[in-house]
Design a protein around this ligand. Sequence first.
Ligand SMILES: [Zn+2]
Length: 480
Amino acid sequence: MTAGTSVSGRRAALLLVDGARNDVFESLAEAGELPHIERHLLGPGGVTPATTVFPSTTGVAYLPFLTGCYPGTCDIPGIRWLDAARYGGDWWRNRDHVRNYCGYQGEKLNTDLPDGMRTVFDLVPDSLALCSPITRGLRDGRERVSFGRKFWGSLAHYTAGYGPLDRAVGQALCRLAPQRPRFVFAVFPGVDGVTHFHDPWHPAVLEMYRQIDGIVGAYADAGGFDGDHLTLLVSDHGLERVRRHTDISLALEAIGLPTLRHPILWRKDPEVAVMVSGNASAQVYFKPRVLRERRFHVAEIEAGALAGVPPTVIDYLAALPGVAMVVGTDDSGLTLISRLGRATLSETDCGRIAYRPDTADVLSLGAAGEYSDREWLARTLETPYPDAPVQLLQLFRSSRTGDLVVIADVGYDLRVEWEFPEHRSGHGSLIAAHMRCLVVSNAPLAGPVRTVDLFPLVLDYLGVPVPDGIDGVIPGKVST
Ligand SMILES: [Zn+2]
């Protein structure tokens, strides 16, 4: 990718195949069913083992590619959240302090980011975005195939809409190829959209991967791979078959807790709010009527400090069918609670992360350990919860994250009862099938990588200074 010309002549493209599973992709590639991707990407480069961020949900999991930062750093902890410091209990007057990006608030993904955070569009003025829900920093007239309400709205409910939508993005990509923009970000929502209705290995899903391969071929014919370029084909998360649903809002109502939840944000005197992300994880906020600048700790909740909230509520949630774990905060870090027992995660004075199974090995890591951020990635890649120590800690950086985060187990989601249509496959959790994602590059990358690492990779390739304070590091320039 670096052969020849100066940095100024280089171009980069990030093609995001929403919801593409690395194992499904590799199976098709090995069968010779992705010949264009083989020729233009796998041949000169390859697949790099990779993880996304938690929560592993569409939109939120796009942020790393465009900012180099985790959702917790971006202060966008999920597809739905509540700002406990500002939501005062008036469901109408305070409606702007509760978020649901799957609706009219979708545009707020751009403005909810911290002031001063710069996107790749800010840093590379000659950028174009296709079908992207995040456009912050993009210059006027540089958006193609507007994402907008079309996606969050009705189209997402009909499988038939995804083939044409991906083709429309592909056609726009081919049209702009001769312009040679310095950076292109193109989103293909089809694999995610169709997989939600099926199994990840269903023939209709595989056909969407083959269609992407055809688009890559057409993009090559249009000159997309000419000259010095870095092209990445990536996904924002995987998906897994959902066999059962656990609605934790209904479970909380069943023990007498009035629960604020979407779609109707009216509940008389709610004791708790549940904000589901994508659909296999959820934020839980106690006393949503009470303005506060801090979270309620696990120890406080269990000491009965919250009037009207049973002190056993955390164990109750952790024991619900389909809940892998519940995570909350304490003075020294995070407490992880499963039906089998408890573990803790904390950051040490020397910047390492310590995992301590107290009464259960909640993260299934086999033993206690204290490692650096990058060491944890490599050590947990093949475990049931890849990169969990780092991903759980990053999420609680956001003040908008709940008092508790509830995480679904394999085969389950935390689907809300009003959702239509029912999803047969899902994502959003910390399990491997959701957290492992696809990273294909036309140049070999030192792995494993996280999706946050691709932002500095692209900037460095283009000769643009990488901003300080981001979470990603350039692959191959990693120190442990
Ligand atoms: Zn997605």
